[in-house]
Design a protein around this ligand. Sequence first.
Ligand SMILES: [Zn+2]
Length: 139
Amino acid sequence: MSENRAFSDMSFQQFLSEEKLMGCRCRSCGTDYLPPKPICTNCFSRDLEWVEMPETGKLAAFTCITVGPPAMTQEGFGRKNPYCSGVIELADGIRVDARIQGVDTKNPEEIRVGMPMRTDYIHRELNGVKSTVLGFRPA
Ligand SMILES: [Zn+2]
């Protein structure tokens, strides 16, 4: 694993494309960040290292979106096909924003806060640009 990759959004994206959920940990105070940050906002140290984050957690909050940004419209989401965006609390307590897959977005009352979830990476290509979005689905 490339532990020495710089802490940039690009590296985080690269890890996602490899289906790895990588955050960073401050070597001074031990605070974890996901997505990674270049500077620890707890103790202001720049001495951070990549760490693998748990791939499981539980749904902490969610919303089903019928009017999304253009990129989501291009993916085919809209009023008739809403998508779900949520917050996952990982097994170690860190919270991360993610797309929620595998749930019935037309019946959001079926989606429950506290549901066990696991990673489900979304590889997409828009206007010739490939990217990977962090997603989760019910475990
Ligand atoms: Zn720190």
